[in-house]
Design a protein around this ligand. Structure first.
Ligand code: C5P
Length: 326
């Protein structure tokens, strides 16, 4: 039997501009996604029925059944690829007790380092990893572009997790154009206790804008940020980080103001809430300053924990088709 393992990165948003709500409830975005070196690992293997296991960071709050985004992605791939039943054993009826469900016959093991509901697209990353891993396990032969189409149906951030790098995301965030970026950037990710619901943060954003009588214009890419990214100079990029969901995240989690202020005080070149939060991300000049900022933020007690990461990094990659005897 051959298990397949895929490693997949977290994303942060260097720009997140939010347009008005669309008739389908989603918001038109212009965002700059950036893959960073904080990874989950997903291993898939043949099984008699669909089963998900989750371990590591925040595992207890991830559904280990058919609702899991990775299992939904595997089911969507099986359907899109039209795989014959003999290649995907028929699933047993759902039995909540052991986490097995009605998805395709596949065992999905998720090992998490990306915190859950943190604005880092961890669930989307796991879904992207499952697509790449199952495509290999089942020898389905879909191209990355074909996987990206399936990915967009699972969640707005899933296509980016397939590619990684730095990309401008349009539409719900699923329409991607690679950005030209020089150099490597050093980041500190400050994790908060608890998570935020993405849908709640978007709703709060709408409410704040409504209360303030703000007329929302269509979002536009920041030419200044794109130029700064091409220059490769973190001192230019830092002040241009922006996130229009930040006021909403701060109104739901006022404690994050202290985290952002501490990052600035301890010398970050820029800092923002990542995506819908509550993780705060800080850009620093080099690896040593990242170490220093991790220590300072942790010591100041303004976050649950903090880690260093670099970016951009590539998206979901196979790390091991491991031969297992038996
Ligand atoms: O696409 P995804 O499932 O990741 O989105 C989660 C929720 O975030 C959506 O149900 C929606 O409420 C909100 N969202 C949005 N506009 C976007 C992306 C997400 O309103 N462009």
């Amino acid at each position: 039997m051959t298990a397949v393992t895929v490693r997949v990165p977290a994303k942060i948003n260097l720009q997140l501009s939010v347009g008005p709500a669309r008739p389908d409830g989603y918001h038109e975005l212009v965002t700059v996604f950036h893959g960073v070196s904080l990874y989950d690992e997903v291993t898939v293997d043949h099984a008699d029925r669909g089963t998900v296991t989750v371990s590591g960071e925040g595992a207890e709050s991830v559904p280990a059944d058919d609702a899991n985004l990775a299992m939904r992605a595997a089911a969507a791939l099986a359907k899109a690829a039209g795989l014959p039943p003999r290649r995907i054993p028929r699933a047993a009826p759902a039995t909540a007790a052991d986490g097995s469900g009605t998805g395709p016959g596949v065992l999905i093991e998720i090992r998490k380092w990306i915190p859950v509901a943190a604005g880092l697209a961890g669930g989307s990353a796991d879904a992207a990893a499952a697509l790449v891993a199952c495509n290999e396990l089942w020898r389905a032969g879909l191209s990355v572009a074909e996987l990206a189409e399936i990915a967009a149906g699972i969640g707005s951030d899933v296509p980016f997790a397939l590619y990684g790098g730095t990309s401008v995301g349009l539409g719900r965030g699923e329409r991607l154009t690679p950005a030209l970026v020089a150099g490597q950037y050093h980041w500190v990710l400050a994790f908060a206790t608890g998570g935020l619901s993405t849908a709640d943060v978007y709703r709060t954003c709408d409410r704040i804008r409504n209360n303030r009588g703000i007329v929302v214009a269509p979002p536009k890419p920041s030419t200044e940020l794109m130029a700064a990214l091409r220059s490769g100079d973190p001192a230019e990029v830092g002040p241009l980080l922006s996130n229009e969901l930040q006021p909403a995240a701060l109104s739901l989690r006022p404690d994050l103001r202290r985290t952002l202020a501490a990052g600035r005080e301890y010398g970050a070149l820029g800092g923002v809430v990542s995506g819908s939060g509550p993780t705060c991300v800080f850009l620093v000049a080099d690896a040593q300053r990242a170490v220093d900022l991790v220590v300072a933020l942790t010591g100041a007690g303004v976050c649950r924990s903090a880690v260093r990461a670099t970016g951009p990094v590539q998206g979901a990659v196979l790390t091991s088709p491991t031969e297992v005897s038996g």
